[in-house]
Structure formats: structure tokens, C-alpha cells
Design a protein. Structure first.
Length: 272
């Protein structure tokens, strides 16, 4: 079906209509071989509360945005390459039903459909597009995903120290590594995670220690790899990247037992 629609006038018109709805704030979506397969409104779990979002499924990307006027105007356009997407079905909660998670290396979030049938159709079409795209590119499915942010209302206390209670004056923060809701004292550190951002991001104290340990382990592995070269070549020093010949130039209440996004993470382990 994709090959049949790829270069048709009707497909071009449908894509142009989507571009027009996003207006000047959106990115161009028409590229050779791209096909618009479907669209629909899903509820996205956001930090403050669940919100409706418009989603467009293409054969190579997933596009979503905020609804200003349905069928006429959208904004806050997001484009997700499907080859970076992994899906995970989630159990229902009191707040949301028919849920699943869209996981990518830069951002992961939870959405819900109006019915179980609608969820099955979305997941089926997404998985089919991902499978064809990976076969075409020869890539393997992505294994590294950003942690989804746990909604603010999931807890009234810091999920790390379990002592600080949030209020109007005591703000909630999110660790960019684990996605937990934490207080300022438990998230004073910043760490550079190039996969997510070119700038250091806020992380909780536990994740900071883990990230430092991983960095130290990687540095130790690199050092061990250079040691054989040093022993074979007397006076060898690893290159600094400078090609200079100058030798001197070295220089809502949720139940307490709620399982959020993985069966391996429960309330009792938030502060461990």
C-alpha cells in the first residue's frame, strides 16, 4: 500500500493539509517516498496532567502536536523517526486506560487511546512501519531509551529521600536519567548525557553517583587498552589531537503500590 500511495496526488494533498495545519511553526513534511498512513487523537501523559494530542503516522516518522482547532490548526510540532521507536504496552490506571509507552533515545512518554481496539490498531500499524523501516535500512531495533517522566501528581513527597513534601514553595523536579519526581536537595547535580542534550542535565543524587561510576569504569577500560601500547613504545604518550611538532605544546493521589512504567520499579524501591 505504501509503494502504491508514495507518488500519488492524494497522498501529496494529505501531507500538504497537515503542513498547513501546523503553519509556519511546523517543519516541512513532504519528502520523496513518504506516505501519510493515518491520524488520530490520543491522550498523552504530561508532567502536569494528561492532555489530548493529535498524532500523524507516516511510513517513516511519527508526528504529534497540540490541538488549537481540530482539523484546522495545530502547534508544538514534534517529529519522531520510527527507526528509533520501541513500544511497550502498559496496564490501566485509575486515571488512564488503554495505555502504552512510546520509547525513543531522546524522549519517552505514555499515551492512551479511547478504546482497547484503537490501541491495538495504533500499536499494530506502528510496529508494522517500524519493522519495514528497519528491514529497509538494515538497522537493529533501538535498545537505549530515555526514561519517561513520572507525572507530578503521582506523589506528594520526594521519591528519593521520601522526606521532603512538595508544596507551593517546594517545587517538584525531574531527574533526566530515571524520570523520578525529586526535591531540589536530591537533584542538585548536573551530568552531561550527549544522547539527550548537548548541555549537562539535572539528575538525582543516586543517578549522579551511578553515572560517575560508569564514567570512571569507561575511563579505566580505556586506560587498560592504552597500557600495552605504552609498554611496547618507550616514551609513548596518547595523542591529544594536536598535530603540532612543537614538543612544548602538550596541553491526583495515586495508590502507594502503583507500578508506573516498569514492573521492576515499585514505590518501595523509589528511595533505595
Amino acid at each position: 500500500m505504501v509503494d502504491h500511495l508514495a507518488n500519488t496526488e492524494i497522498n501529496s494533498q494529505r501531507i500538504a493539509a497537515v503542513e498547513n495545519c501546523f503553519g509556519a511553526s511546523g517543519q516541512p513534511l513532504a519528502v520523496p517516498g513518504r506516505v501519510l498512513l493515518g491520524e488520530g487523537i490520543l491522550t498523552k501523559e504530561c508532567r502536569k496532567k494528561p492532555k489530548p494530542r493529535i498524532f500523524f503516522l507516516f511510513n517513516d516518522i511519527l508526528v504529534y502536536g497540540s490541538i488549537v482547532i481540530n482539523k484546522r490548526k495545530y502547534n508544538s510540532q514534534h517529529i519522531i523517526p520510527l527507526e528509533d521507536v520501541t513500544l511497550e504496552t502498559l496496564p490501566d490506571t485509575l486515571q488512564m486506560k488503554n495505555r502504552w509507552m512510546i520509547k525513543t533515545s531522546k524522549k519517552s512518554f505514555v499515551v492512551s487511546a479511547a478504546s482497547l481496539t484503537e490501541r491495538k490498531e495504533w500499536i499494530s500499524h506502528l510496529e508494522e512501519c517500524i519493522r519495514h523501516l528497519l528491514m529497509k535500512t538494515g538497522r537493529q531495533p533501538s535498545t537505549e531509551h530515555a526514561a519517561p517522566w513520572i507525572p507530578d501528581k503521582a506523589t506528594d513527597i520526594c521519591m528519593r529521600c521520601t522526606q521532603t513534601k512538595f508544596s507551593t514553595l517546594t517545587r517538584r523536579h525531574h531527574c533526566r536519567k530515571c524520570g523520578f519526581v525529586v526535591c531540589a536537595d536530591c537533584s542538585r547535580q548536573r551530568f552531561l548525557m550527549p544522547r539527550l542534550s548537548p548541555k549537562p542535565l539535572r539528575v538525582c543524587n543516586l543517578c549522579y553517583r551511578q553515572l560517575l561510576a560508569e564514567k570512571k569504569k569507561e575511563a579505566e577500560a580505556d586506560r587498560r587498552q592504552t597500557e600495552p601500547i605504552r609498554s611496547v613504545i618507550p616514551g609513548y604518550e596518547p595523542s591529544s589531537g594536536d598535530d603540532s611538532d612543537n614538543d612544548d605544546d602538550k596541553a491526583d493521589q495515586w495508590p502507594a503500590d502503583t507500578e508506573f512504567y516498569t514492573s521492576e520499579v515499585s514505590w518501595s524501591s523509589f528511595h533505595s
